[in-house]
Design a protein around this ligand. Structure first.
Ligand code: ADP
Ligand code: MG
Length: 692
């Protein structure tokens, strides 16, 4: 039996460990740094570093690392041991304040999108004391931000921290007008992490899964997810053992792993933690993904975090449950009980609605990857069109406010700041599941992020766009002679202007695509279409105004995202070429030969060989077709080499290479349905999804 409270956070240098291990004055100084961002004096850093090292060594650590999140969206670490030479050929274990606070990893191999000139390869990592140090694999990990020597962010954490600061400042401005005594506003996120588990042995026979994380070929299994027997169904013993092990490891790292269950697709599961600040929840989600993968190995599984590992069944997302709260414990997206609280709630709600409306493009861009393109707008929820689901009741309330009529649902007149909001239940209808951005009672659930994505990007965007609108609101309200009237007008007018973004219907339907177009909403279907919108003048202005991304930083990110898209499709295309040539066509040929020989022998016996003959013909024709499609894909790949501009190349990969891949797959998948099982070179969908 594990004692959860006892193991929880046992591998974390958290506040109670700090209190225990640090002299009182040092603890106080460090706490001030953590809470208020005050700089840490060198002598204090030395004492903290030494205490951290003693604690880590006691727990068996030999190394430390500055743990950071480069723009690849993964995490990176370079390990250093604590050893220092001492007299007589001995060593002592040492760790200085300088080593704690700043590191200099050789950064030249991380993508910088041209930010770091090659002659200045060294970026540096700087300790983020707001995220606790922890032990992983006998290494003391120090969460850090990663910057160039000019101070440009080379990572995902720095912009996120900047955006948290921005939304804090803007929200406080607004709250002050309501007489709030809050001194800090924090953005929170609870990311729901979806994943697939497949048998490791089977996985090891699939080049596509190994090289690209998704299946590039594969005919559908006789059974898919149509029986709806997996979702919330009994968890298989082997999977349950994995989940238990995973929970325990996450708890040791102070991660609030809370909910686990099967998901809609066979072999698909979900883990949700209790929410935390966007910075720490992001760190924790990165760790969760890493530990999911490592633990899978231990249990003979492979954990697939790809957004669409299998065609024809659901892909995996990372639902980003986002809200704002004060340091006095008020959730600013929680409808209140008094008229004043409600007025405040309505203002914050309106701010989010406007932010999403004004910056649909950036919200779409921040979740754009080659993998996620298989989800968004590809017959799967949510669509690529960004819209907000509020539910019928809350929408009714907003309509009543705008039009100044009675809210029919409960027959009340809603005057902002005077009336209490009519009670509205959290809408849990199925329709909301198809929405990319749903209000779920006291938070917004952004459902577009893909399972593999770092939470940093979406939350950086959410924090920044809401900061902008709140700031604009504060500009208006601070100048107002009559606060109540100004508030009333502001809410009414803002809802009027932004209400095209509100959609409570079925996001899957073709009707919605047409309706959205009529409303003037964007439908950015693919990564090459979505990513460049980051650079629209209004977006460059937004991010530079709040010092979240300078224009140069933004350009570098666009470059990296498009480059990553091209590389992903290129690797997928090359893997398909390899599999078709070396596995699929040879398997077809072997089976054809077997059938042809059988037919000949059987004919000699005077038997009816129509089965063999027909199949030989059909397979030969499909093999020829596959061969043609394969050649076309090879040709398309060769042409890609002549394109230098990354945006043109990304569009080429999308419009030409990706299409050629689809055609090759269609032909090859049909062969799979005709070839005898023992001739087939790798495990099928049926085996991967159901034989666990
Ligand atoms: P669902 O109905 O989507 O399953 P849950 O209550 O299970 O909703 O919450 C899903 C995720 O949302 C969890 O990670 C949870 O911690 C997080 N969450 C709950 N409340 C908030 C909040 N106020 N802000 C941010 N995340 C939240
Ligand atoms: Mg949910």
């Amino acid at each position: 039996m594990v004692n959860v409270p006892e193991i929880f956070g046992s591998d974390v240098f958290n506040e109670s460990v700090m209190r225990e291990k640090l002299p009182k004055a040092t603890f106080k100084a460090l706490k001030k740094t953590i809470d208020n961002g005050d700089p840490l004096a060198a002598d204090v850093a030395n004492i903290v570093a030494n205490a951290m090292k003693d604690w880590a060594v006691e727990k068996g650590c030999t190394h430390y690392t500055h743990w950071f999140q480069p723009m690849t969206g993964l995490t990176a670490e370079k390990l250093d041991s604590f050893i220092q030479p001492a007299d007589g050929g001995h060593v002592i274990m040492e760790f200085s304040g300088k080593e704690l606070v700043k590191g200099e990893p050789d950064a030249s191999s991380f993508p910088s999108g041209g930010l770091r000139a090659t002659f200045e390869a060294r970026g540096y990592t700087a300790w983020d004391p707001t995220s606790y140090a922890f032990i992983k694999e006998k290494t003391l990990c120090i969460p850090t931000a990663f910057c160039s020597y000019n101070g440009e962010a080379l990572d995902k954490k720095t912009p996120l921290l900047r955006s948290m600061e921005a939304v804090n400042r803007s929200a406080l401005r607004v709250l002050k007008l309501f007489g709030s005594d809050a001194t800090r506003v924090i953005s929170n996120v609870g990311p729901e992490q979806e994943y697939f588990l497949v048998d490791r042995e089977m996985y090891s026979h699939r080049k596509d899964l190994i090289f690209t994380g998704r299946t590039l070929f594969g005919a559908p299994a006789p059974k898919g997810q149509e029986m709806e027997d997996h979702y919330f169904g009994t968890i298989k013993t082997r999977v349950a053992a994995y989940m238990k092990d995973l929970d325990e490891q996450l708890w040791k790292l102070g991660i609030y792993a809370k909910t686990k269950h099967n998901e809609v697709a066979p072999a698909q599961h979900e883990l949700a933690p209790i929410y935390g600040t966007t910075n720490i929840a992001t760190d924790h989600n990165q760790l969760t993904m890493e530990i999911m993968k490592r633990t899978a190995r231990k249990h003979g599984f492979k954990c697939l975090l790809h957004e669409k590992p299998f065609a024809g069944i659901n892909g995996s997302g990372k639902h980003n449950n986002w809200s704002l709260a004060t340091n006095t414990g008020v959730n600013l997206l929680e409808p209140g009980k008094t008229p004043a609280e409600n007025a405040q709630f309505l203002l914050f709600l309106t701010a989010v609605i406007k932010a999403v409306y004004d910056y649909q493009d950036v919200l779409r861009a921040c979740v754009a990857t080659a993998g996620n393109d298989h989800r968004l707008g590809a017959n799967e929820a949510p669509p690529a069109i960004i819209s907000i689901f509020l539910g019928d009741e809350l929408t009714g309330v907003l309509d009543a406010i705008v039009n100044g009529y009675k809210y029919e649902g409960e027959h009340v007149e809603m005057e902002i700041g005077v009336d209490v909001l009519p009670h509205f239940a959290k809408d849990t209808t199925d329709r909301n599941r198809t929405s990319p951005f749903a209000f779920t009672g006291n938070k917004f659930e952004f459902r577009s992020p893909g399972s593999k994505l770092s939470c940093a990007g979406p939350n950086t965007v959410l924090n920044t766009i809401v900061a902008k609108v709140l700031d604009d609101f504060a500009d208006v309200l601070e100048k107002a002679d009559n606060f109540q009237d100004a508030l009333d007008d502001l809410i009414k007018n803002t809802i009027k202007e932004s209400k095209a973004i509100i959609f409570n219907g079925d996001g899957y339907s073709e009707d919605w695509v047409n309706e959205a177009e009529k409303r003037g909403l964007l439908n950015l279907k693919s990564t090459p279409e979505a990513v460049p919108t980051y650079l629209a003048p209004k977006n460059v202005e937004l991010f530079s105004k709040y010092n979240v991304y300078s224009e140069t930083e933004l350009r570098s990110r666009v470059d990296i995202l498009l480059d990553e898209y091209c590389k992903t499709i290129n690797i997928e295309a090359l893997t398909m070429i390899d599999m078709a040539k070396k596995d699929i066509l040879p398997a077809a040929a072997t089976y054809i030969k077997e059938l042809a020989q059988t037919s000949k022998l059987a004919k000699d016996c005077g038997a009816d060989t129509s089965f063999e003959d027909d199949l030989v013909k059909r397979l030969s024709s499909l093999a020829a077709q596959t061969y043609n499609k394969l050649s076309a894909l090879e040709e398309a790949e060769v042409k890609a080499r002549d394109i230098n501009d990354v945006e043109t190349l990304a569009n080429y990969y999308h419009d030409t290479v990706f299409v050629a891949m689809g055609e090759l797959r269609a032909a090859a998948d049909e062969i799979e349905t005709l070839v005898g099982e023992k001739y087939w070179p790798y495990p099928t969908y049926g085996q991967l999804l159901f034989y666990v």
